[in-house]
Design a protein around this ligand. Structure first.
Ligand SMILES: Nc1ncnc2c1ncn2[C@@H]1O[C@H](COP(=O)(O)OP(=O)(O)OP(=O)(O)O)[C@@H](O)[C@H]1O
Ligand SMILES: [Mg+2]
Length: 234
């Protein structure tokens, strides 16, 4: 299967400040990758770099076979990269349904009905404003908005952060369904390492802007000691 996304020897950061150093990864079409690591190691910067929000210093980013590291953000969105930023990017004064409609881009896969089917809670709240729904519903809405763009690659930055366990469970079920049914690749940045490993095929661990481990999610899940070493005691 061809790669949906490939990074090689990427160095990037904010202005002159370099955060990512020598980052390489490959994600196949329909693949799923957990990005783990403690606070401040560069997980958000990695997603922001794939999206085009950082200063790119060196290396290459290929998406769907095209070299994209110098393209502006809107071009990458047009090519099919969807982004659910840390902290949920929704319009508080628009209704749930309006939030979804304004995010739609040409494409056949995703419709309002399909988003509502994936997240039934959003269907119940379709006429509520973005600021009238719970944190979990806002997160579902943020993901729904990204899906309305019919992405081939979906980047999610800590979607489970700050959510009640019952909502986490519902969201994970939807994510699992999404990965099984839709033809998209996903990168999931998470502090909840075990949950992220349960729903992804591959995993990558970062430390100080570098990739310090890459392998099957299953293997890390089966080796809690190694996982703790990599993610906690770096
Ligand atoms: N806009 C910015 N300008 C300069 N430095 C930044 C900026 N945003 C983040 N950084 C720095 O980049 C490094 C990596 O931050 P990043 O947000 O990517 O980490 P993270 O792994 O996502 O952390 P967290 O788990 O807390 O979300 C940190 O040292 C941070 O201070
Ligand atoms: Mg972050």
């Amino acid at each position: 299967m061809p790669d949906a996304l490939r990074l090689s020897t990427v160095r990037a950061g904010y202005g002159e400040t370099v955060i990512l150093e020598d980052v390489a990864l490959a994600l196949p079409e329909r693949g799923s990758l957990a990005v783990l690591g403690r606070n401040g190691v560069g997980k958000t910067t990695l997603l922001a770099t794939i999206m085009g929000h950082t200063t790119f210093h060196a290396g290459a980013v290929f998406f769907g076979g095209r070299q994209v590291e110098r393209l502006p953000v809107y071009e990458r969105v047009r090519l099919g990269i969807g982004y659910v930023p840390q902290g949920r990017d929704i319009f508080p004064s628009l209704s749930v349904e309006e939030n979804l409609i304004v995010a739609a881009r040409p494409g056949k896969r995703w419709t309002l009905e399909r988003v509502y089917d994936l997240f039934p809670r959003l269907a119940e709240r379709r006429h509520h404003r973005g600021n009238q729904i719970s944190g979990g519903e806002q997160q579902m809405l943020a993901i729904g908005r990204a899906l309305m763009g019919n992405p081939a690659l979906l980047l999610m930055d800590e979607p489970l952060e700050g959510l009640a366990p019952i909502i986490v469970e519902a969201l994970l079920k939807s994510l699992e369904r999404l990965l099984a049914e839709d033809e998209l690749a996903v990168i999931l940045v998470e502090q909840h390492a075990k949950l992220a490993l349960q729903v992804t095929r591959e995993a990558l661990v970062m430390s100080r802007g570098r990739v310090i481990h890459q392998g099957a999610s299953r293997e890390l899940l089966a080796d809690p000691e190694r996982l703790a070493q990599l993610v906690v005691a770096q």
